[in-house]
Write a new protein. Structure first.
Length: 268
């Protein structure tokens, strides 16, 4: 899900929706300098700065990974000293003053940003923190709206994409969230009887945090060329059909950032 933050009402919505990221943790902070080429002078001119902050937090039994993209940044500071760590969050503070947003991500202001506007992008999971293991190869998609796709639809789309697959249903395990729609293993048909099999565990969920459904893909093997091909094929057919946001590792990616989009950002 995505939500633009520019006004005091937007800030109230953000703090209500996230509960101020209470008990969360900052996973990544990134500063990007944007430049624009001026044909008259033949020089690159500054077009502003963008700060992104990724936060992992839990709320009502739901794991959320949120990315705040803070645009038009005029003041930014990260300060850690004497073993201090501004990653753990108590509760963030945000205010609107003279048309600018001011974010304090910790009580001491060690992570502080002033910007013109912010964009919240978020992916939710009905899982505990332990189920989202660091470094695990997986792809998690959250649609903006609509009902979860069927297994038949997915198999038909992959067949049309030139990668026919076989579906193997998984027996429902105890402790799995009631929001789970279906779960199983997707196997490339050409590899069913081969020694090196391309296979993905696929789980789909009903809406767990607002509108839209969720899909989670995880390769059977940590790294494999054929697994990578199957993973790419499934992600492409899903993204071509549904609007939404996906999570890979700790990176939250919106539709505008999907592969193929152009960017003129220079990072520092």
């Amino acid at each position: 899900m995505t939500h633009s933050i520019t006004t005091a009402d937007d800030v109230r919505w953000l703090l209500t929706h996230t509960q101020g990221f209470l008990g969360g943790r900052v996973m990544d902070v990134h500063l990007a300098k944007r430049w624009m080429y001026d044909e008259e002078s033949g020089r690159d001119l500054s077009a502003g700065s963008v700060v992104t902050v990724v936060v992992r937090y839990h709320l009502h039994g739901i794991l959320r990974i949120a990315k705040l993209t803070l645009q038009g940044v005029s003041d930014f500071s990260v300060f850690e000293q004497d073993g201090g760590d501004c990653a753990p969050l108590g509760m963030i503070h945000v205010e609107v003053q003279e048309g600018l947003l001011r974010f304090w991500f910790d009580p001491e202001g060690n992570l502080y940003v002033v910007c013109e506007e912010a964009l919240l992008e978020e992916v939710s999971l009905p899982h505990s923190e332990l189920d989202l293991r660091p470094g695990a190869a997986q792809w998690i998609f959250q649609a903006e709206s609509g009902d979860p796709p069927t297994v038949a639809w997915l198999l038909d789309e992959l067949d049309q994409a030139g990668l026919p697959c076989v579906w193997k249903s998984t027996t429902r395990r105890s402790g799995i969230s009631r929001t789970l729609c279906w779960e199983g293993e997707l196997v490339a048909a050409a590899d069913v009887n081969a020694g090196s099999t391309a296979a993905l565990t696929v789980r789909t969920y009903e809406p767990i945090d607002g509108g839209g459904f969720g899909i989670r893909l995880q390769p059977r093997r940590a790294s494999s060329r054929i697994n990578g091909r199957l993973l790419r094929a499934v992600t492409e057919v899903v993204m071509q059909r549904y609007a939404g946001t996906y999570l890979t590792g700790e990176h939250v990616v919106s539709r505008e950032e999907w592969p193929g989009s152009m960017s003129s950002t220079s990072d520092h």
